[in-house]
Ligand binder design. Structure first.
Ligand code: ADP
Ligand code: MG
Length: 714
């Protein structure tokens, strides 16, 4: 059971809990469970995940207590367990399915070799094959009937109930082969689905397994090997060449190239030396590093990435909701048709036996199992392969949204440019350049803006910066605060009343600058120059090929914006924007099509949130970079955006193909049924076993092929 406060809602205290139940192995049960739980007093939201059998309930603790909640859940969902417990694995069911398979084969062999006829009960002749088929159906059908009974008691109309009716119906009609084959193949289909779900879950866990479980800790003179969980922040670990780092930390000794591919997807190693931050899961190549651990194992960047990917599948894509909604109508509709097929022709005098058999087949067709499993499996595949490339997508919904974007709004500073600005001071009035720099750097102490960083860097040698009182950031404008009782401002020229001619000249030449001054009068200017990111042009080119139009939104001056836009071939430019204007432009763009916004995640939060997809890029490992936006690029590289768009589109294509495929197969089977070529075995074989194999295979492809260089060429 996971307990955590929902941070989004501040008005009302809502709590979230997770459980596992045994009612989540069929889509229609899941839906009914969800609907009935949502109707419980005090329950505000219910999410179910077929993939891991989890129910997540958001509830108002004032409306319902935890024990009542558990009782309500078990009344509807049957056996519940807490999420930390290992998921129960039904080996027993698998063995029964295998046994059913053996009896099926034995029966078939007996049938083909002429059969022995028994006449045991009341003189009725029973062939050996029939006996074996019947036993097979009974053995393999046992768990299905048991689950159906439990569903029935809880008034759920589930797949198990439908299949149970089909099994008993077939046996009653004397179709023992059909019954046995149905039982066996249904078991196989379930096993395949379970395996696909388990594989998807495992692929998320594999993300974590890229960091070692044990590390070498230096304790005084000794080196001890300990499990990562036993190491506390502040301790120093030793990582030798060729080893993978087990915990996040800061290098205190040594120097080495480190491959950060596990986190950023970037295979070119970076040099790490004293004072540099390193991450769990990254590979030390040629040197030894002593690392002071900064976070416990469970909070490492890698662990947080894995947790967010796990979380992401709960934020269902619209296409998944469509599948949910569809199955809600699909199953009852087909069941209704089955009832009509069983009754109407019989009433009209047609052979009841034949039509009841066709109706049983429809019951089997009514299970949209393959359809239901394929979407989450495809989404998880895509989410995991994105994470492996350093693209952290925080919701299946975001993945679908990104597939549909027509515009990419870009911030300039730090996004199209490196954000490593170079600053240069020009004195304007009275004060010397060092004085101006000191004032500016003091004021910028409180800001995370790239401009602030550049100014602080230029002032790194100054050993005395005056204290600032009443600091305030003016988002999109600058900063202000009092020094020695006087209010100073650093920021956009608009903040100042009159501009000296020198400044006017610089501005008209397209020079980026901020002014430092007081009482509306500039005392100095800080010229800023930043460089385009080397990969920006290629990334935008790739986006255009995908039909995504880049739009530049910047707070910087128009001439600077124009220069950047011209260099990169961006046609639509909006400059000198305030943060709220960026926001309204994003809203404007949304009217013309899907919009993603990519920004540095520090000062672009409103636009990130307003866009259909907010993409944050920035230094890995910082909280802002990971938490902000719907997508975080762990690699500080714009090429992640076209990769993401391509991946989202492929995922959506796979999902759509899967929906079409599984429905088409069901339709084929229904065609057989109506043509009188009814066979329960065929219905499960094509509609479930075949469909499950096809759709999950298709979904898994997403994970494999994305790792090929194909995307890079897009
Ligand atoms: P962008 O990231 O598109 O350049 P911002 O909204 O971050 O736009 O900033 C717009 C402008 O506001 C900057 O170009 C700069 O002139 C000014 N500004 C913002 N923050 C600061 C700051 N901390 N110090 C000085 N100037 C700032
Ligand atoms: Mg910015």
């Amino acid at each position: 059971m996971v307990d955590f406060m929902d941070t989004k809602s501040n008005a009302k205290a809502r709590e979230t809990r997770e459980f596992r139940t045994d009612s989540l192995h069929c889509p229609s049960c899941a839906l009914q469970l969800k609907r009935r739980l949502a109707a419980v007093q005090g329950v505000e939201d219910v999410e179910v995940s077929l993939l891991d059998g989890k129910v997540r309930i958001v509830y108002d603790p004032a409306g319902i207590g935890p024990s009542d909640l558990e009782r309500a859940l078990s009344n509807i969902g049957g056996q519940i367990s807490h999420v930390e417990e290992e998921e129960p694995h039904h080996h027993a069911d698998e063995r029964l399915t295998a046994a059913a398979g053996l009896f099926l084969a034995g029966g078939a062999a007996a049938y083909l070799s002429g059969d022995v006829i028994f006449a045991p009960v009341g003189g009725i002749a029973v062939p050996l094959s029939g006996l074996l088929f019947g036993l097979g159906a009974a053995l393999g059908g046992f768990p299905v009937l048991k689950r159906a009974w439990s569903e029935l008691k809880r008034r759920l109309l589930g797949i198990d109930l439908l299949v149970s009716i089909a099994i008993t119906g077939a046996l009653a009609l004397g179709e023992s082969f059909e019954a046995a084959a149905l039982v066996f193949l249904f078991g196989v289909a379930e096993w395949l689905e379970e395996r696909a779900a388990a594989r998807a879950r495992r692929s998320i866990r594999d993300l974590l397994d890229r960091a070692p479980k044990r590390v070498t800790v230096i304790r005084g003179e000794r080196e001890v090997e300990l499990p990562v969980e036993a190491v506390t922040p502040g301790e120093v670990i030793l990582v030798r060449p060729g080893e993978t780092i087990g915990l996040d930390g800061v290098v205190v000794r040594g120097r080495s190239s480190v491959s950060e591919a596990a986190i950023t997807g970037e295979s070119t190693p970076v040099t790490k030396k004293e004072g540099d931050t390193v991450y769990a899961g990254t590979l030390v190549e040629d040197g030894s590093l002593e690392i002071k651990v900064s976070r416990p194992a469970g909070e490492s960047t890698l662990a947080r990435i894995a947790a967010l990917v796990e979380e992401a599948q709960h934020k269902k894509a619209p296409v998944e909701r469509f599948v949910d909604r569809f199955s809600r109508y699909y199953t009852p509709t087909v069941v209704g048709i089955a009832v009509l097929v069983a009754l109407v022709p019989s009433l009209l005098g047609l052979s009841p036996r034949e039509w009841i058999f066709r109706a049983l087949m429809l019951l089997v067709i009514a299970c949209p199992c393959a359809l239901a499993i394929s979407t989450p499996v495809a989404m998880v595949s895509a989410l995991v392969s994105a994470a492996k490339r350093g693209i952290l997508v925080k919701g299946a919904a975001a993945l679908e949204a990104v597939a549909g974007i027509g515009f990419l709004a870009l911030d300039k500073t730090g996004t199209l440019t490196t954000g490593e600005l170079r600053a240069e001071v020009v004195a304007l009035d009275g004060l010397g350049p060092r004085e101006i720099l000191r004032i500016a750097a003091a004021l910028e102490r409180g800001s995370e803006h790239p401009i602030a960083r550049a100014i602080r860097k230029l002032a790194a040698d100054e050993d005395f910066l005056p204290p600032v009182e009443g600091f305030r950031a003016l988002p999109g404008l600058g900063v202000k605060g009092q020094i020695g009782g006087e209010e100073y401002v650093v920021g956009r020229p608009e903040l100042f009343r009159e501009l000296p001619i020198l400044v006017e000249n610089l501005l008209s030449q397209g020079q980026s600058l901020v002014l430092v001054g007081k009482r509306g009068r500039p005392l100095g200017a800080i010229l800023l120059s930043d460089e385009l990111r080397p990969e920006a042009e290629g990334a935008l080119e790739a986006l255009r090929k995908l039909g995504v139009e880049p739009v530049l939104l910047t707070g910087d001056r128009a001439p600077v914006a124009q220069r950047v836009a011209a260099a990169l071939g961006i046609r639509e430019v909006h400059a000198e924007l305030l943060p709220e204007e960026k926001l309204s432009l994003v809203e404007e763009l949304k009217k013309r099509g899907g919009v993603a916004f990519v920004g540095d995640g520090i000062n672009d939060a409103p636009a990130l949130a307003a866009a259909d997809v907010g993409i944050a890029m920035g230094d890995i490992g910082t909280d802002v970079a990971i938490e902000a936006g719907d997508v975080a690029l762990m690699r500080d590289d714009l090429r992640g955006v076209p990769e993401l768009v391509a991946l989202g589109r492929r995922a959506l294509r796979v999902v759509r193909a899967n929906i079409a495929l599984s429905l088409a197969l069901k339709l084929v089977v229904a065609g057989f049924a109506f043509a009188g070529l009814a066979s329960l075995a065929l219905a499960v074989l094509i509609g479930d076993v075949g469909a499950t194999l096809l759709v999950t295979g298709n979904a898994m492809r997403l994970q494999r092929s994305v790792l090929e260089p194909k995307i890079q060429e897009v």
